[in-house]
Design a protein around this ligand. Structure first.
Ligand code: CA
Ligand code: CA
Ligand code: CA
Length: 276
């Protein structure tokens, strides 16, 4: 037997031999038939000096994805089932994650709202404090500027009251004292101011006189008297001088009926006013 026939016999034996499972699973029946046909073809072609080994090799390595490959279908089905399980797991995980994120988001939203409220409150508080600070600063400035010792504030004026009864002065001397203090004898502009002065509870010179024209009362700043707080029957320009041209507030009358005209040479306490 020459080499070519020996090879052919070997191949025939291969075909009728016990099936090699690892090899067989790669072929369908159609392919097996093709291989057998190939072998007889090979016997013819041997004369042309062609071996079938090449063809066998080709068949061996051919792709096995032809139609009707049941084994491949099972694999696909198996694969898609595993893939579905994986996807389902993934979906469940993502759903869980989404829920956690939603909860987290809700918490953060709540926190943000709380912070917003707090921020608004703090802003309001800050604005109030700023207003308060500005007000206090203004007050302090006023105090520094216009509050020397012995002065007191009422409404929008500062007042200096002469308190020592032994050091009383005439109306003219009293006015000079006020001018030296950068002020003047008080000018009474309202019932409130009148009441405040009455409550100081002293006989005091005020900045009103009719020394220029008898009976025509003028304040020290030159403005005419509009509202007076005389008690009856003042002003009377009365005895003993018959020349009462200066005005005092008395402490033995009513708050809004407390003025009397008397001689400017009388000695009294006095009150200066500095408006701001
Ligand atoms: Ca006044
Ligand atoms: Ca008079
Ligand atoms: Ca009088």
């Amino acid at each position: 037997m020459d080499r070519k026939h020996s090879k052919l016999l070997e191949m025939s034996e291969d075909i009728y031999a016990e099936p090699d499972m690892t090899k067989k699973v790669k072929f369908n029946r159609g392919e097996m038939k093709e291989r057998i046909v190939d072998i007889y073809v090979s016997a013819d072609t041997l004369r042309d000096g062609e071996t079938s080994t090449k063809r066998e090799e080709t068949a061996d390595t051919a792709p096995n994805n032809g139609p009707g490959d049941q084994h491949s279908d099972r694999n696909v089905s198996k694969n898609s089932s595993a893939e579905r399980d994986q996807l389902e797991t993934k979906y469940n995980n993502l759903t869980k994650e989404k829920d956690q994120l939603q909860a987290s988001y809700n918490n953060l939203t709540q926190k943000r709202d709380q912070l917003q409220t707090r921020y608004n409150n703090l802003t309001n508080e800050r604005d109030q404090l700023q207003t308060e600070k500005a007000f206090l600063k203004m007050r302090l400035t006023n105090l520094k500027r216009t509050c020397p010792e012995g002065w007191q504030k009422f409404e929008s004026s500062w007042y200096f009251l002469s308190t020592e009864t032994k050091k009383t002065k005439t109306w003219k001397e009293s006015r000079e004292d006020c001018l030296e203090r950068g002020a003047d004898l008080v000018i009474i502009n309202s019932d409130k101011e009148q009441t405040f002065l009455f409550n100081l509870n002293k006989r005091l010179w005020i900045g009103l006189t009719d020394s220029d024209i008898e009976g025509t009362w003028k304040w020290v700043d030159g403005t005419p008297l509009i509202t007076g707080y005389w008690y009856y029957p003042q002003p009377d320009n009365a005895v003993p001088t018959q020349n009462e041209d200066c005005v005092e507030i008395r402490n033995d009358q009513l708050p809004l009926k407390a003025w009397n005209d008397l001689s400017c040479d009388s000695q009294l306490n006095w009150i200066c006013e500095k408006a701001f």
